[in-house]
Design a protein around this ligand. Structure first.
Ligand code: C5P
Length: 412
């Protein structure tokens, strides 16, 4: 299954582009989301409307598109995926990838991405067997690009031989295999150590906690972990040594950092304390305020007339513990998810929990923040409130990490 996986699908200009439409369906049937990018030539073979309808998302075609850039910049588009798939990968696209040419949206995304690419070549057999293409393929394999096919078969041009694109289900299988291993392109050591947070240790909590009622039931909240995980991604990209302590979430673990999986608030506190000391602690998890004091070790049975009574006990406040501990990190960041009086509540928490900054956001159902892709945040510090416009959670993560880096520098 590919539940929750995000695929950026680059469709090249070849007759096999029609198979990309079926590929989108097959991926979505398995729970993946697919964002389509088409080269100029691809639009001669399949229509952007077909790609948009099947993927359920807008299609990206232009590098210099004002509307697309306003919604999601091309760099962000290139990173906001678990895997980049190129199908069909034409000889021209392979040549551009092998040589780092970025002269349209598709080739620019392929150069700017931090995720591996899986390519499904499709071309005439002479083009496939040409020494130039074979040179490019060898170089791409060396760079870690993954290949699905091509197969031998009859071609649209009437010839028979290698160059026929793999069938959609074969590509799906290759995608499933690729996603089981590391798909992040490792940064060269030098590039990574130059990041603004290089040498800094960042501990982040993310996601909800589950508090058991009995072995099969629990209480929880709607946090998806997307905002916390994207902060972890951004901190890693800034060169930090990151420990992400995650409650139960349906999204994949970020690559290139340590992830500790926990269920309850008490386990989360233990994991946070074990991960200390740190330079920055970011408490993005939606920790359950209460647990069930009388949780049962056996499943609670229905007993005719009487209803079970759940007694609550207060959970430890992880943020307050860390914010007020003797080994307090230099920077302690809290979150405040509120459904009303967002900023006022955050201001009160700032002092009570011993934080340097609270990221406050509105999580009322109408805001669509819980589980959604976007967030509108207010940065609350003793000096005042700074409200940011609505952005994707990935963008919020990057901007927050940039800010935390500056705050930490000012305290050194
Ligand atoms: O009090 P409230 O739950 O709104 O506070 C939110 C902030 O406190 C978040 O940063 C959250 O991660 C943290 N928190 C915590 N432990 C708790 C409750 C909240 O660390 N038990």
């Amino acid at each position: 299954m590919l539940t929750g996986k995000r695929i950026l699908l680059v469709i090249g200009g070849g007759i096999a582009a029609y198979k990309a439409l079926d590929l989108i369906r097959r991926l979505r049937e398995r729970g993946a989301s697919v964002r389509g990018v088409m080269t100029g030539a691809a639009a001669h073979f399949v229509t952007p409307l077909s790609v948009a309808s099947l993927s359920g998302q807008g299609v990206h075609q232009e590098l210099f598109s004002l509307t697309d850039e306003a919604e999601m910049g091309h760099i962000e588009l290139s990173r906001d995926a678990d895997l980049v798939v190129v199908a069909p990968a034409t000889a021209n696209l392979l040549a551009k990838m092998a040589n780092g040419i970025a002269d349209d949206l598709a080739s620019t995304l392929l150069l700017a991405t931090d995720k591996k690419a899986l390519v499904a070549p499709a071309m005439n057999l002479r083009m496939w067997l040409h020494p130039a293409t074979q040179r490019n393929v060898a170089r791409l394999r060396e760079d870690g690009v993954l290949f699905a096919g091509p197969n031998d078969g009859s071609m649209a041009c009437g010839e028979y031989g290698p160059g026929r694109m793999s069938e959609p289900l074969e590509i799906v299988a290759a995608i499933e295999t690729a996603l089981q291993s590391e798909t992040q392109i490792p940064l060269a050591g030098a590039a990574r150590s130059r990041g603004p947070l290089s040498g800094r240790r960042v501990v982040i909590t993310s996601g909800p906690t589950h508090e058991p009622i009995d072995p099969v039931r629990y209480i929880a909240n709607r946090s998806s972990g997307r905002q916390g995980h994207s902060i972890a991604d951004a901190a890693r990209d800034a060169g930090a040594d990151v420990v992400l302590i995650s409650g139960p979430v349906a999204i994949p673990d970020p690559a290139g950092l340590a992830v500790v999986h926990v269920e309850t608030a008490q386990q989360m506190l233990a994991a946070v304390e074990a991960a200390m000391p740190a330079d920055i602690f970011i408490s993005a998890a939606a920790v359950a305020d209460w647990r069930i004091a009388n949780a049962q070790t056996e499943k609670i049975k229905k007993t005719g007339s009487s209803l079970p009574t759940l007694t609550m006990a207060e959970n430890p406040d992880i943020l307050a513990r860390i914010g007020k501990s003797s080994a307090r990190p230099r920077l302690v960041i809290g979150f405040a998810a509120e459904t009303e009086k967002v900023v006022a509540h955050a201001q009160e928490k700032l002092g009570r929990k011993g934080c340097d900054l609270i990221v406050a956001n509105d999580v009322s159902p109408a805001s669509g923040v819980m589980g959604g892709d976007e967030n509108t945040v207010h940065l609350v510090t003793p000096a005042g409130v700074e409200s940011w416009p609505k952005m994707s959670k990935a963008e919020v993560g990057r901007k927050l990490v940039e800010r935390f880096g500056k705050m930490l520098e000012a305290r050194l």
